[in-house]
Design a protein around this ligand. Structure first.
Ligand code: ZN
Length: 143
């Protein structure tokens, strides 16, 4: 099952929590055990899995990335968003999350974020949910 989520980022740089939207896509897929693949088809946005309990964690991540790769540093890229391309390369454009009992098997404090580095704008996240088919072998329940 494949779904395309639309995410509206609210700032130039931010982590938008998309955990609930991804959970809903997994639920609609009907897959009980498997993998949830997330992919961001953009060059200045990415995917981050990290703590969503304390909102200061996503803020710290964004602030430290900005300190590492400042927006106003000199770059060659003519569009003026070279920092966004570099930050997106650092965090990556995909993630793979286990699906168990029809839900994302995230850690207790984990959330899934769209990482925006050149917003605000509308972004797409492609969610592909795959049934594993190997559950019996992995758990030793096979014949
Ligand atoms: Zn660019």
């Amino acid at each position: 099952m494949r779904a395309r989520l639309t995410v509206r980022s609210r700032q130039r740089q931010c982590l938008e929590d998309i955990t609930a939207q991804v959970r809903e896509a997994v639920r609609r897929s009907g897959v009980d055990e498997g993998l949830c693949h997330l992919y961001v088809p953009h060059t200045t946005a990415g995917i981050v899995i990290n703590e969503n309990a304390d909102p200061d964690v996503p803020r710290d991540i964004i602030e430290r990335l900005e300190a590492l790769v400042p927006h106003d540093a000199p770059y060659r890229h003519y569009e003026g968003n070279a920092d966004a391309h570099i930050k997106a390369s650092l965090v990556g454009q995909w993630a793979l999350v286990p699906v168990a009992a029809g839900d994302l098997a995230l850690g207790r404090w984990q959330g899934i974020f769209l990482a925006e580095f050149d917003g605000p704008r509308e972004r797409t996240v492609v969610v592909t949910v795959l049934p594993s088919g190997v559950r019996q072998q992995v758990e030793g329940e096979g014949p």
